[in-house]
Structure formats: C-alpha cells, structure tokens
Design a protein around this ligand. Structure first.
Ligand code: SF4
Ligand code: SF4
Length: 365
C-alpha cells in the first residue's frame, strides 16, 4: 500500500502557481488556501517532512474536497491530486477510532451483507430474465450500488432496447469501491477492485456501466492495481450505446429538457445526439452544465453549508433553462440536484437518462 511519504517527489513538484485555485469549484465559494490542492499540498508536504502532524485539522481539509478532479486537469505539473488526497486520508483514518469503525461498516460482512439483502428484496420486482434469441450484442453490465437495490433501471433498459435484443451478462460484481476510496479505506477498495477485475473477463461486445462515478472509478483501477487488463476498448455507458444504435424516441407532448454533466463523466458528446433523436423534445444546454451538483458522496454530509451552496447555484442555472426535466447519468448527482431544487423551490423534475427515455410514448429504430 502506498503511503504519503511515497508522494514526496510529487508534492515537491507543486510550483504554487495557483492554477488549481481557479479551477476548484469549492475555492470559488470558500477562498481559503487550504481548500484547493495548492494549500492541501503545502500542509501535506509539511507532514512528509515531519514538520506537521496529520491531525484532525488537516483531515477537515482533506474532507473539504469534491474529488471532482478539475484541478488535476489544470495542474501544469501533472500531479495526481485525488490519489495523494486519498492516500493522506488512508494514513489519517488508520490512526483513529472512527476510521476503524468505518472500516467495519464498509467490510464485506456489513456492507456486503446489506447489499446482498437489498438485491434479495428487490429481485421479485425486476423483469424476469428471458433467454434472448439472436441477440444483437452481448453486454456485460456493471450495475451501480443504487441501481442494484432499485429494480426500476432494469425495466427502463428492457423498454428502451425492446427492438434490439441484448444478451445481458451480470456477474456478481461488488461496489466499484469509490465510497471506500474516498473514506481512506484503501484495503477494502483494493479488495473490491481485484474481485471486480476477475469478473470483467469474458466474451462480450460491450462493457456497460450505468453510473458515471462507477465508470471513472473502474477506469482508475490500473492506478492502484498492477498488471491488470480492463476492456477499455469495449467500455461504454448506456447513453453511448443508445446513441450508437440510433434509437428513436417519440414523445406526444412537447418537453423541454436540460442535462447535468456529472464531474466523473468523461465523455458526454452522445447526449445531444440522443436528444436529436427524440421527437418533441427541446434540449436546452444550461450554463455551467458541467459544474458540480454539490453532493459528492460524503462531502454532502460533512460539508452541509458548501454542499447546499453549490447545489443552489446549480438549481439557479437549471431554472434559467425553464426545462421540465433535468437529466443526468449519476444516481448521486440526482440527490445533489434534488437538494438544490428543494432549496430554491423549483419544480423541475430530476431523472436519470434511462428513466427519461423510458417515458417516451414510442421507441423505435
Ligand atoms: S496547479 Fe498544480 S502546480 Fe499549480 S499550485 Fe496547483 S497543485 Fe501546485
Ligand atoms: S478535486 Fe475538485 S474540489 Fe478537490 S481540490 Fe481539486 S478542484 Fe477542488
């Protein structure tokens, strides 16, 4: 397991240019030096040199981060910000009682049993698996945790792909590991990553995810695990596949829709193509459509004030579009968007892309 000391060279590479501050959405609403990666690195460098203790106060700033990676993209020194922050969190949590308790909650025994129970309870509400004759494609489906428990997604997929029979393979994947990674539980993260990688191998045409955060976490596995093969060339998400297959959606009543891009969604060029294939749907691009929804996993619980402020700004931008629906591709973002709309009293409905498309009155090729 890497330790913070192993990143001393990277911490040294920080030129204090401050470009990360201009990219950081949190720094915009809380211009405290320790919020952006520059300030965090100064503190962590102090820790690696032995001048500072990895204290509760430093941990407060480790938690004050959306893990959106926007600073990563701007950093001219190419420093892997999220990896350093996750390692610092790991080192801090190892020393605390709370850290040990969180590890217990996230263990296979507790978290794994909870997920299995959720899958068991939701199983009768899912469409029955039928043998697919002459499938147009074999799809390996990595279902995010929320969609594992909520049976509706399966129904949306069945409806959207009714004319394109897919053979869907669903091994018993574990959580992608993002919640463990962000809470500094690197051992559990590695455990689920290894287990998932073993199940990813097989004969299929597409590896499909339904959550932007799961997708980006899986693509990050090679940064933490050596010598693994991921089917990157076959990896898509449901939206990409819908655009690729040119599925058409007809809505009887005119609808105005806008899109929120989750921070972890790498590619979103297919979104506009999908809406172009929707009859009676007007797509309005919102201002800062890729700005964070403010939820960001445990950030939304630990930093209520800033979480609400970011969500509120998002809701104001949604409202400017006058859209009936705001569509996104991450279950956690749905919570952030709902939080903002509840704070501003707006009535725009928040739905996943699959739920929105499944509302169409007619779906054809
Ligand atoms: S952008 Fe990179 S090099 Fe510049 S201050 Fe931020 S972390 Fe340091
Ligand atoms: S990951 Fe996002 S929130 Fe965290 S320091 Fe970088 S830009 Fe700011």
């Amino acid at each position: 397991m890497d330790m913070l000391k192993d990143f001393e060279k990277d911490l040294n590479k920080c030129s204090k240019c401050g470009l990360c501050e201009s990219a950081c959405p949190l720094f915009k609403i809380n211009p405290n030096d320790c919020v952006a990666s520059k300030g965090k690195f100064i503190m962590l460098h102090g820790v690696t040199k032995g001048d500072l203790k990895l204290s509760k106060n430093i941990n407060k700033y480790l938690d004050m981060c959306l893990k959106c990676g926007k600073c990563n993209a701007y950093c001219p020194s190419g420093i892997d910000v999220c990896r350093i922050l996750n390692t610092a969190k790991y080192e801090y949590m190892k020393t605390t009682l709370l850290g040990r308790f969180i590890k217990f909650l996230e263990s296979r025994l507790v978290f794994g049993t909870f997920m299995n129970f959720g899958k068991f309870i939701s199983a009768p509400f899912r469409p029955k698996k039928k043998k697919v004759e002459n499938p147009v494609a074999r799809v390996m489906y990595f279902k995010g945790c929320l969609n594992q428990i909520c049976p509706r997604t399966d129904k949306y997929i069945e409806k959207i792909f009714k004319d394109l029979p897919l053979e869907i393979i669903e091994p018993d994947f574990e959580c992608c590991g993002l919640p463990f990674l962000s809470e500094g539980n690197l051992e559990r993260f590695i455990e689920v990553a290894q287990s998932n990688v073993e199940k990813i191998n097989g004969d299929y045409d597409y590896f499909v995810t339904d959550c932007a955060s799961c997708e980006s976490t899986i693509f990050d596995y090679p940064r933490y695990l050596n010598n693994i093969h991921l089917p990157l060339e076959k990896s898509v998400n449901w939206g990409y596949l819908i655009a690729l297959k040119k599925i058409r959606f007809q809505f009887k009543k005119p609808i105005k829709v806008t899109f929120h891009k989750p921070c972890h969604l790498q590619v979103d060029s297919y979104i506009e193509r999908i809406f172009e294939n929707c009859e009676n749907v007007e797509y309005v691009k919102m201002e800062d459509y890729d700005a964070c929804c403010g939820f960001a996993g445990s950030f939304g619980i630990k930093n209520r004030k800033y979480s609400k402020e970011l969500s509120k700004q998002k809701a104001i931008n949604i409202n400017k579009t006058q859209a009936d629906y705001v569509v996104t591709t991450c279950p956690a973002c749905i919570l952030g968007l709902k939080q903002g709309l509840a704070l501003t009293g707006e009535k725009t409905k928040v739905v996943s892309l699959l739920e929105f498309l499944a509302k169409a009155d007619n779906i054809s090729l």
